[in-house]
Design a protein around this ligand. Structure first.
Ligand SMILES: Nc1nc2c(ncn2[C@@H]2O[C@H](COP(=O)(O)OP(=O)(O)OP(=O)(O)O)[C@@H](O)[C@H]2O)c(=O)[nH]1
Ligand SMILES: [Mg+2]
Length: 232
């Protein structure tokens, strides 16, 4: 049996991670929590396994990253704990970063989220990292070209750290076929070879899940939390 492609989905709270999983895995409403208000919705990591064409996927839905640096520690702790549960090593085949295109500017909190994501992935996984922009249907049609520039900005930011491997998918249409399927096709095409390990997965193996603050992502959060205190 072909190995499962395991993807970890990461991004700011409300960016559409769980909605993506719901559509990709064709889940019923009651099978997954989708945010209704401004409050974070997903509190615990959850793994959803399904088949797309001939390939089996596991998507790991994670709690959303927060604007306040220090509030990202519990998120990181939860992700570290989930990574420690797999008997398969390495477990993660790729990572997907979510960005809502309706966030007009790529501001400080977006930058923080992307930096945490980068630290979680680590250089070795960069060729297996992609980004997805959501919420395109919330834009007025005439505004779309303007927002396309924003997704190009994100693309440039991604390429800055991923090199040629970085890809950004704009989920611009809501119709049939749903454009999110191209994300699954992308990973099916590059295969699930697990010869590259997610940085956080590697670190969890050496420090244990309780050592999450010692990881690169933990250090990134600590640095930003300190910076925020200095400004205050
Ligand atoms: N219009 C529109 N709404 C979307 C889209 N994606 C998600 N949403 C809505 O945005 C809200 C948040 O979506 P979620 O999928 O719960 O976001 P999340 O990233 O899982 O959020 P957390 O669990 O808090 O991290 C929900 O009301 C969704 O219905 C999209 O592409 N377009
Ligand atoms: Mg969610």
């Amino acid at each position: 049996m072909a190995p499962v492609i395991t993807l970890i989905l990461i991004g700011p709270t409300g960016s559409g991670k769980s909605s993506f999983v719901k559509k990709a895995a064709k889940l019923k409403d009651e099978a997954i929590g989708i945010g209704k208000g401004l409050q974070p919705c997903t509190m615990n990591c959850e793994v959803y396994t399904f088949k797309h064409k001939e390939t089996e996927f596991s998507l790991i839905d994670t709690p959303g990253l927060q604007d306040d640096p220090i509030r990202n520690f519990p998120v990181l702790k939860e992700i570290a704990s989930q990574l420690s549960k797999s008997s398969e090593t390495p477990w993660i085949s790729g990572a997907v970063y979510f960005h809502p295109i309706t966030d007009r500017r790529f501001g400080a909190s977006n930058r923080l989220s992307l930096d945490i994501f980068r630290a979680i992935c680590g250089e070795s996984l960069f060729s297996r990292v992609i980004s997805v922009t959501t919420m395109w249907d919330r834009l007025k049609r005439e505004k779309i070209p303007e927002f396309k520039k924003l997704s190009d900005e994100l693309r440039n930011d991604m390429l800055n750290f991923t090199g040629d491997g970085g890809v950004v998918y704009d989920l611009r249409a809501t119709g049939d076929p749903w454009p999110g399927l191209s994300v699954l096709d992308h990973f099916a095409a590059i295969g699930c070879s697990k010869n590259r390990c997610l940085q956080l997965e590697k670190e969890v193996r050496s420090f244990g899940p309780s050592g999450f603050k010692k990881t690169q992502a933990g250090k990134e959060i600590k640095k930003r939390a300190k910076g925020a205190c200095t400004i205050l």
